[in-house]
Ligand binder design. Structure first.
Ligand code: EPZ
Length: 423
């Protein structure tokens, strides 16, 4: 299994381009199941989760061509309406195929995704929504079997604005004639991007002033072409990495307003920024960042996916900082690893209390999830000495060309496979 070896203490400097969003690409690729016509999706990052999604589409019967960031998805005979556990266990977002398959076949059988390193992550909100749309959901032998004689439009109020449930229900409702209304939905930019793609496919989805969504279902959708929105979690991670190394970095091709809370917090912490329409310039500063109290929340709140990188920055603050992780119940796995690198962090339930230290020191650490892994990479870049990070396959799920992008910014980071003794 690959590891990263980082010689820390180098200030990042230069320009980095933002890739297309992983968390928008996955549901958009899944949405191509709603039509037999060809779809062309640009700016699809070459990541492990994307490759798993493409495998799922192939398994279900689609023809997939993926080259230079463009995915061409077309029909290749009849579609299947079930997935094996082998594919679902690789990636929870596999469950998102339930909505399109149910809409098209009135029946779908999908293994229940288990919990993962960051939390239990049930799918009850998805299932309740499908039931409102007229489906029966029966769980047996680890699978959810969804079936309906006839699907019907409905008013659905989500008990929590789940990103995945909003996307899954939207995709299903697009093919149910009549008017479905979804309330208390997720407002993440990735959801907006899925809506933009569905509308290009001929769907009719509108949002009112409160953000409630109305879907006027159609009997069929057609093929469409789309370019995926910038990955705000990737761009935010590079901004934090620049700040943690007191570097001088321009993060290009991003949508700064999708990172607005992070940008405010960085500035409040004393990191100077120059913000333009599609880039953020993180400038060097003297001394240490100021401590802040931060709480994760659904968009437009502070993104849970940036909580771990933010913890690395706060580990270096001048004072006492606090993080309240309100979205996932177990998303502090990086904290003890940061402590091994010299950070002073105490976690209790959803709260992390951080006493800033002047510097971190390189250590041998282990990534246990994607964003926690990125927090360790940033810590390694800022630390004195050598950091070795195990299980980088977690990080490979979400950061396209990470070593190349960081190397271009002056970092010393190498991928090493100890089994093959190969750099
Ligand atoms: C999406 O996951 C993202 N994944 C996650 O990105 C992200 O952390 C999360 O949204 C929150 O922003 C993808 O887009 C592929 P949720 P999702 O449903 O849709 C609870 C990353 O690092 N919940 O909004 O699974 C759930 O347990 C990742 O890129 C229920 O209780 O997130 C969690 O506590 C990881 N019942 C909270 O809601 C449900 O039916 C938010 O989950 C669904 C969710």
């Amino acid at each position: 299994m690959d590891r990263f070896i980082i010689q820390g203490g180098k200030k990042l400097h230069g320009v980095v381009q933002t890739s297309g969003s992983k968390n928008a690409s996955l549901p958009i690729l899944v949405a191509t199941l709603l039509t037999d016509e060809p779809c062309t999706i640009h700016r699809v990052p070459n990541l492990r989760d994307v490759r798993t999604t493409l495998k799922i589409l192939e398994y279900l019967g689609k023809k997939v061509e993926y080259k230079n960031g463009t995915a061409l998805i077309s029909a290749n005979g009849p579609l299947k309406n079930s997935l094996p556990y082998e594919l679902v266990k690789q990636m929870r977002a596999s469950f998102w195929v339930a909505g399109p398959l149910l809409a098209r076949f009135k029946t779908a059988e999908i293994p229940l995704p288990g919990g993962c390193a960051i939390g239990v992550r049930p799918v009850d909100i998805h299932l309740k929504g499908f039931e409102k749309l007229g489906a029966q959901a029966v769980t047996a032998n680890g699978n959810v079997v969804l079936s309906a004689d006839k699907l019907q439009p409905a008013k659905i109020v989500l008990r929590f604005p789940s990103v995945g449930a909003t996307q899954n229900l939207l995709m299903c409702a697009c093919l149910i004639p009549g008017e479905t209304v979804l309330e208390n939905v997720a407002k993440e930019p990735e959801v907006d991007d899925v809506i933009a793609f569905l509308n290009k496919m001929g769907a009719d989805i509108t949002a009112d002033a409160k953000g409630n969504l109305t879907v006027r279902g159609k009997s069929s959708l057609h093929g469409a072409e789309h370019s995926v929105v910038a990955d705000r979690i990737e761009s935010g991670s590079y901004m934090i990495a620049a700040a943690a190394t007191r570097g001088d970095v321009v993060v290009n091709q991003c949508v700064p307003e999708h990172n607005s809370i992070l940008l405010e917090d960085l500035q409040e912490a004393g990191v100077p920024l120059e913000i333009s329409a599609d880039s953020v310039h993180v400038l060097p500063y003297e001394g240490r960042v100021k401590p802040l109290r931060m709480r994760t929340a659904p968009y437009p709140g502070f993104a849970t996916d940036l909580q771990a990188p933010w913890m690395t920055l706060m580990a270096l603050c001048d004072g006492a900082a606090e993080i309240d992780e309100d979205i996932f119940e177990n998303r502090f796995m990086h904290a003890p690893e940061l402590v091994r690198m010299g950070a002073d962090i105490l976690t209790e339930k959803s709260i992390a209390r951080i006493n800033g230290v002047e510097s971190l020191s390189g250590a041998h650490v282990m990534a246990s999830d994607l964003r926690g892994g990125m927090a360790l990479v940033i810590a390694g870049l800022a630390a004195r000495g050598t950091t070795e990070i195990e299980r980088v396959y977690h990080i490979d799920r979400g950061y396209e060309d990470l070593e190349q992008k960081l190397t271009a910014l002056g970092a010393d980071i190498r991928r090493y496979n100890p089994d093959k003794n190969e750099f």
